[in-house]
Design a protein around this ligand. Structure first.
Ligand SMILES: Nc1ncnc2c1ncn2[C@@H]1O[C@H](COP(=O)(O)OP(=O)(O)OP(=O)(O)O)[C@@H](O)[C@H]1O
Ligand SMILES: [Mg+2]
Length: 268
């Protein structure tokens, strides 16, 4: 058993070729330990989502892997068979994305969809009682099993996404801007839920966000990305209080400092 659950080394992903090629991920390395929450931050287009999608090779068809390695629990993901990748996706590694609505099929009830998620990897547990237990885990009333996606709020749908993501007891949850589309108060509730679940289930999380407040609340370590590269990384507290790279400093300067009004701001 390897110590690091996920180990990405010198990953290269590009779109197109020749002079017009875009190096979306340009030699990126990062790791996530078992049960650890790690954040990727950086401006739009810096390669965060591509790095995250690469972990189970669900990058867009046009993406080309130019080098580097991805090891999950010691296994080389980039050379896995399609079958092995399918069992990894949603089994040991699951995702939640920004827009919960697009992840649901409008013609099936929530209960049916949670059950489908179970059927893929845990067919023995694809029962109505397990669906209800999962809804309860994310603090949703059981009756919502009979609701259709359009009958639910954004926050409720995101809770359902989380229920589906943890249905098969994954080792790693990859959350790509999980709360960006939600109201601020609902964001907080969903983040608290995530924090609680990750602790209870010893789930490792790769969290992508633009929000440094979320980083400091949830992540033990952080990687700062710019134009396809990691420019700074370290313990969250250290990176956020003493950013060394000018890009990290600039990113943080762009964040409204609400805490400052209380005269309580650790950063100089
Ligand atoms: N299908 C595609 N075809 C061509 N280029 C793409 C494609 N998808 C992404 N890219 C490029 O890859 C780079 C990295 O994109 P990525 O989605 O990883 O950024 P990101 O850091 O997640 O940004 P955001 O914060 O906006 O989500 C960008 O330059 C983007 O234009
Ligand atoms: Mg993205």
């Amino acid at each position: 058993m390897s110590e690091r659950l996920l180990e990405v080394k010198d990953l290269q992903i590009q779109f197109g070729s020749g002079e017009t090629a875009v190096r979306a991920v340009d030699g990126v390395s990062f790791s996530v330990g078992r049960g650890e929450t790690v954040a990727l931050v950086g401006e739009s287009g810096s390669g965060k989502s591509m790095s995250a999608l690469a972990v189970t090779k669900i990058t867009p068809r046009a993406a080309r892997y130019g080098g580097g390695s991805i090891r999950f629990d010691g296994e080389d993901v980039l050379s896995m068979s399609e079958r092995a990748l399918r069992s990894l996706r949603g089994g040991r590694i699951s995702y939640i994305f920004q827009e919960p609505m697009v992840s649901f099929n409008p013609v099936f009830t929530i209960g049916q969809q949670v059950r489908e998620a179970l059927k893929l990897h845990r067919p023995d547990r694809a029962t109505l009682s397990e669906v209800k237990r999962l809804l309860d885990r994310v603090q949703l009333p059981e009756r919502l099993a009979r609701a259709y996606p359009h009958e639910m709020s954004g926050g409720q749908l995101q809770r359902c996404m989380i229920a589906m993501a943890v249905a098969c007891a994954p080792d790693l949850l990859i959350a790509d801007e999980p709360t960006t589309a939600l109201d601020v108060t609902i964001q907080r509730e969903v983040l608290n839920l995530l924090a609680r679940l990750t602790e209870e289930e010893e789930l490792a999380v790769l969290l992508i966000t633009h929000n440094f407040g979320i980083v400091s609340d949830l992540a033990e370590r952080v990687y700062v990305m710019q134009r396809g590269k990691v420019v700074e990384s370290g313990q969250t507290e250290q990176v956020l209080t003493r950013p060394e790279h000018s890009y990290t400093q600039a990113l943080m300067a762009a964040v409204p400092r609400l805490k400052r009004s209380g005269g309580h701001d650790g950063a100089a």
